[in-house]
Design a protein around this ligand. Structure first.
Ligand SMILES: [Zn+2]
Length: 167
């Protein structure tokens, strides 16, 4: 038996463990009345704030788009280097131009990652921004941010595709 000071409350209907003090379980079971209340929407757990959603959707799509463009630019850089051959001066120009473009894209992605982390209210948005700029670490930071953003959308009943939230 659960004592009254238990840290959680198990739903008698679906057996989900809810935090202590929860009014209503995800399945619709109301702990105070002991009745099952119909859920408003099948997926949405939280109401959608239009401004909040716009901020999350914009920066989420921007991060995905910028990462995609970075990948395309990296491929273009490799193709250009093989096209110019071994001419040293040409290689330096190609390397410099692409380095500048990639830095600009990286900074833009970091800014959007910070804005997304801000909008999602995750801890340390600046940490995400800096992690996005570190090669090797950036992929982990972006995947973590992307999964948080996807979960944020899922809890609000918003579908997420390859290019971000479908809004
Ligand atoms: Zn339940």
């Amino acid at each position: 038996m659960m004592s009254s000071d238990a840290p959680s409350t198990t739903c008698p209907k679906c057996k989900l463990i809810n935090p202590r003090g929860t009014q209503r379980c995800d399945c619709g079971y109301d702990f105070s009345t002991g009745t099952v209340v119909a859920r408003p929407r099948a997926e949405a757990k939280y109401p959608v704030d239009a401004d909040e959603l716009e901020r999350v959707a914009f920066s989420f799509k921007a991060v995905i788009g910028l990462v995609g463009v970075q990948a395309i630019v990296a491929i273009a850089r490799a193709l250009s280097l093989s096209a110019v051959g071994q001419a040293r001066g040409d290689r330096e120009i190609v390397t410099t131009v692409f380095a500048l473009v990639l830095i600009a894209l990286g900074v833009a992605a970091a800014i959007q990652a910070k804005r997304l982390a801000d909008a999602l209210q995750v801890g340390n948005p600046l940490g995400y921004a800096f992690a996005t700029l570190v090669p090797g670490v950036s992929i982990i930071a972006l995947l973590s941010l992307s999964s948080r953003a996807t979960e944020w959308c899922r809890l609000r009943g918003i579908a997420v595709g390859l290019l971000g939230p479908k809004v």
